[in-house]
Design a protein around this ligand. Sequence first.
Ligand code: UDP
Length: 250
Amino acid sequence: MAISPPQPANLKTITVLDVPIHQIDMATALAQIDGFIRSGQPHHVVTADASMLVIAHEDAELKRIVQTADLVTPDGAGLIWASKRLKQPLNERVSGVALVEKLCSLSPATGYRLFFLGAAPQVAERAAERMNSKYPGALVVGARDGFFQQEDVPAIIERIKSARPDVLCIALGIPKQEKFIAQYKAALGVPVLIGVGGTFDVLSGNLKRAPLWMQRLSLEWLWRLLQNPSKISKVKLLPRFVQLVRQHHK
Ligand code: UDP
C-alpha cells in the first residue's frame, strides 16, 4: 500500500518576519508536491528567500499570499542565518532552480507534466528543451515567455490548460509571480503552481550557477551579482533583511 505523504499542516514551521516557512529539505518538499499532484486540487508553492521576506514586509498583499500558501520552502543563505538566530536551524535550502530541475529529473519515471511560463522570449522554451534532452522522457509540455499584456492572460490560461500540466512553474519575479498565482490558480486548475524567479535564466544555460565551493560558502548571491550587476537592487535587500530580523526577533 502506498504511504501518503504528511500534510503540510503536520510539517513544522519557523516564523520569520511574520511568515511561516516550512522546516523541510528537498526530499520532503518533493513528497509534499507529489501529494498535491495526486490530490488534483490547485496548491501554491513558494520558495522564500530573504528578498521576498523584505518585500512582503512592505507589501501586505504579498505577505498574505505567502502566509496562506500551501508550502513555503526555505531558500537562500539569509534564511539559513535567520533560522540559526531563532535557534530553529534549517538544514537545507530548497531553491526554485533545484526544485524545478528535480521535478524534471523525476518526470520520466512519474509522468509529471510541467509547463514553464516566464522570462524573456525564447528563454523558457530553451530551458524546456534542455530539460527534455537532459532527462530523456521528461514531460516539459509547454513554455512561453513572461512579457505579456493583461489582455493576453485569458489566451495564456487556455494554452496552459490545454497542455494539462501537473506543475506550472512561473518566473515573473517577486511579487508579480506570487500575485499571478493567487489571482489565477482557480482558473488554471493546475495542481501545483510554483513561483520560480530567475530559474529559466539558469536552466536555459543563459546564466551559470555558482561553482560548488561558492554555493557551499553561501556566496551564490555574489556570483549572481558578478554575472548580472542589475541584481544589485536585490542584494541591497540583504542588509535590510538582517536589520529587520534583528529588530523583530530579539
Ligand atoms: N520577468 C518576466 N516578466 C516580467 C518581469 C520579469 O518574465 O514582467 C522574468 C525575468 O526575465 C526573470 C524573472 O522574471 O527571468 C525574474 O528573475 P529574478 O531572479 O530577477 O527574480 P526574483 O525572483 O529575484 O524577483
